[in-house]
Structure formats: C-alpha cells, structure tokens
Design a protein around this ligand. Structure first.
Ligand SMILES: Cc1cc2nc3c(=O)[nH]c(=O)nc-3n(C[C@H](O)[C@H](O)[C@H](O)COP(=O)(O)OP(=O)(O)OC[C@H]3O[C@@H](n4cnc5c(N)ncnc54)[C@H](O)[C@@H]3O)c2cc1C
Length: 420
C-alpha cells in the first residue's frame, strides 16, 4: 500500500515523547503548514531530571534555527574563560594532559554546559503547548490496512495517524513495534551524578574552573560548573549486572554517596575532596543496542533521538543528535511535499541522511571498544592506561561530529560532513 501523497490531504503526525527530540520535532513540524501534530508524553508534566548536558556547536546551530537559543541566557550555562571545550587530566596526579581550543567556532556556538532542564525549557518555550497531551503512555502501535498507524495508550485513548514519530527515548515503545527483534541491554557501565552549589565547591582549593575529565584506567570523574550557581559531579564506572538488578534500573534512581565514590580510591586528593561534597546521588545504568539498519518503517514510522540510536550517552551529544534528527525529518518531508511526492519518499530521504551518520558514530564506538580492550589486556599501570585512553579516545579526530551542519538538508541535499 503506497503511503499518502503529501498534497492530497493534511498530514496527521503523532510525536511520542516530550524530551529534546519530541520538543524539537514539535517546533520543526509546526513550521510545515500541511501538518497537524500532537506530542504525547507519558509523564504528567514536561520536566527534566538528569544533571548537566553539553551544548556543542552543532546543537547551538539548531537551537538558533529553532528559535530556542535566545531562551538560554548567559547565566543559564557555563563557558570556560579560555574558550577551551574540555580539560583531560590524569585522575591520579591531576596533571593536565589535553585541553582543546575551538578555533573557528563562532562565539555564540562555543561549547557550553547547562542543566538539562534549561535546554528542555528553552525548547518548550518555542512549542505551542496546546498540542502537548500529558499523562499519555503509548502501549501499542499497529499498522492498519490503509497504511496508517493506530496508536493506543494506557488510559484507553486511541487514534489513527499518518506518521508516528518515535521520540520516546532509549527504551522506545515505538521502536519495539517497528523493529520487534531489536533489543537494548545494560552496557556494564553506570554513571553516578550529583549537583552541588558553586559555594560548596569553592571550599575545595584549586578546583579547575573548567569542564574537566579526571581520567582513570576504567573509570572517570567529570567536574564542571553549570551556570546558575550549580556545579556538577558525574562519574562513569564499570559495574557488573549482579542479580540482573541493572536491567530494572534505567534512569535517575537514588544511590548512595559510597556507591558513587568507591571506585576512586586511587585518585588525586583534590578529586576525593570534590567527591566528598556529593549528596542526593542518582545512578544512571547505561543501556545501548546495536545500530538499526533503518530509522524508518512501513512508510509511516520515523525514529528520532535516543529511540533511533541507543548510543547510551556516548559522545555527550545525544540531545544534539536528537535535534539534528528532527530537523532532517521535517526538512525531508517538506522536500517531498514540494515535489508532489508521497510520505514514504520523504521518509526515505530522512533515512538516507541519518542512517549513514549513525553508521559512522557506531564505527567510532567500535574503535573506543577496541582501545578499552587493548588497555584491559595490556597490563598498563594507572598512568600508562590513562595516556593511551586519552590519546586514542579524546584526540580531535572525531570532532567533525560536533561540526555537523544540518542546514543543507533543507534543500534535499545529503551532502553532510563525515570523518576527515
Ligand atoms: C550519562 C549520560 C550523559 C549524557 N550527557 C549528555 C550531554 O552532555 N549532552 C547531550 O546532548 N546529551 C547527553 N546525553 C544524552 C541525552 O540525555 C539523550 O541523548 C537525550 O535526552 C535524548 O533525547 P530524547 O528526546 O531522544 O529522549 P529522552 O530525553 O529520553 O526523552 C524521551 C521522552 O519520551 C517519554 N516517553 C518514553 N516512553 C514513552 C511512552 N511509552 N509514551 C509516551 N512518552 C514516553 C519520556 O517520558 C521522555 O520524556 C547523556 C546521556 C547519558 C545517559
């Protein structure tokens, strides 16, 4: 059954999820006069727990084009005075090993860190909230003989739509119906995060006023001001899945300070002093899955954000990838509309643009995995392991992904950046 010719009738779109991907999709679809859209969100309010998040130049560009950048005031985020993006330090000695500048990046698009809620609110301000339906947990998606999709919610509400946009995160229900064989699982990595105030961290002398990774052989600590008087402490550690517990824990569960700090006994005194300030710790068991061959299905489903690429926070740019996805999706559908084509042709263009991009990102993850395996097998001491990890993982080689410019897509061009 061919999908709908876009000029024949208005396109009815259900966007599932009101995270960065869903809100970005709402902004982009609202620009298309032939689209009627609704966002369905399972939570009773659009809110963000989490902690800090990086806003790289690709994300800033899209926030500017979506009109949301203006909603982020300078006090809402942190930018280091030297315009360097990140400091990488040896976690044991504290020695600064690498710090990258951002030559050529416009000032308004320099790397910044903000609380995730700031980004969420900046996007939300650009969305017509009359079209957001809260407390709507999607439970089922069924393709109809007409080619449309029937969406069903836990509260009994049902609707039939031309296009379902799965923006429902790493454990996407939309994906589970579109690609039933695809599975995500616990990666063996858990992140612990806590927020403290700038005054509290000022009690520890010489804490870098920078976005700082304190690298260890199998774990890292991340410290960073976030703007608005907040300071973020995040750790990433290996934790086995004892008793299958991690499969139950996904995002933002309570954890103890001891759980957060126990992996850092060999670290420098300054890092222990910072960690000692931790309180209200949350744990994030990281889930990931294999790359999907396609991010569209049946000419009537498109996956965006973490639903389409369960990368588990790798690259610290998932919100940026999500905004790229929704920009590309709306531009592809608009491209098909202008050429009197049908919906599936627009979705195919979207897939041609985004699937190869994710193939490149998964390729980088494979490289990271090989470096980790090499370090594990090589019997390095702390400093030796750190040196290899920083050289291999944090060189500028992968920086092209933060320079990605999605704007050629508005002309139907698939000519977008890749590895140099
Ligand atoms: C440890 C860690 C660190 C990270 N750091 C960064 C960073 O520095 N920078 C960055 O850009 N990204 C970062 N990310 C990634 C970023 O958090 C995600 O990539 C981003 O939030 C993805 O947005 P999304 O809208 O696709 O999904 P989500 O933010 O997960 O939103 C999904 C939405 O869908 C809703 N939903 C889910 N299921 C249903 C359902 N059945 N029915 C209705 N609604 C539903 C949820 O309630 C939620 O509101 C990090 C991730 C992790 C794990």
């Amino acid at each position: 059954m061919p999908s709908q010719n876009l000029r024949e009738s208005r396109l009815k779109v259900a966007i599932i999820g009101a995270g960065p991907a869903g809100l970005g999709a709402a902004i982009e679809f609202n620009k298309l006069p032939f689209v009627d859209w609704t966002v369905y969100e399972k939570a009773s309010a659009v809110r963000e727990i989490g902690a800090g998040l990086s806003i790289q130049s690709n994300t800033w560009r899209l926030l500017e084009s979506m009109g949301a950048a203006k909603n982020l005031k300078p006090k809402d985020f942190f930018r280091p005075a030297d315009n360097h993006s990140v400091q990488h330090r040896n976690g044991r000695t504290g020695e600064l090993l690498v710090s990258h500048g951002q030559p050529g990046t416009p000032e308004s698009q320099l790397h910044a860190r903000a609380h995730r809620a700031k980004l969420q609110n900046a996007l939300l301000k650009e969305v017509d909230t009359k079209h957001i339906s809260l407390s709507k947990r999607l439970i089922k998606v069924t393709r109809q003989a007409s080619g449309r999709q029937l969406i069903e919610f836990q509260d009994g509400f049902k609707d039939e739509v031309d296009l379902v946009v799965g923006a429902d995160g790493v454990r996407s229900v939309v994906r589970s119906f579109a690609f039933p064989d695809h599975r995500v699982s616990y990666t063996g990595r858990t992140s612990y995060r806590t927020l403290i105030t700038s005054e509290e961290v000022a009690r520890v002398p010489d804490v870098p006023n920078a976005v700082t990774f304190w690298q260890g052989p199998s774990q890292w600590l991340y410290t960073c001001p976030l703007g608005d008087g907040l300071f973020e402490i995040t750790t990433m550690v290996n934790e086995p899945n004892e008793g299958g517990e991690k499969e139950k824990v996904s995002w933002g569960q309570d954890a103890t300070v001891e759980q957060m700090t126990r992996h850092f006994k060999d670290f420098a005194p300054i890092t222990k002093d910072i960690l000692a300030l931790s309180k209200d710790v949350k744990q994030y068991a990281l889930f990931a899955g294999p790359r999907l061959e396609s991010v569209v299905a049946n000419g009537s489903v498109a996956l965006v954000g973490d639903a389409s690429h369960p990368l588990s926070g790798a690259f610290g740019n998932g919100a940026g990838f999500a905004l790229e996805d929704v920009y590309a999706l709306a531009a592809s559908i608009s491209w098909a509309y202008e050429r009197d084509l049908n919906l599936s042709e627009g979705l195919n263009l979207f897939d041609q643009v985004r699937s190869p991009h994710y193939a490149k990102l998964y390729g980088i993850l494979d490289e990271f995995g090989k470096t980790d395996a090499y370090v594990r097998a090589s019997n390095f001491d702390f400093d030796g392991a750190v040196k290899v990890l920083i050289e291999q993982t944090w060189s500028q080689r992968h920086h092209w992904l933060y320079d990605y410019d999605a704007s050629p897509l508005s002309n139907g061009s698939t000519n977008v950046p890749g590895p140099r």
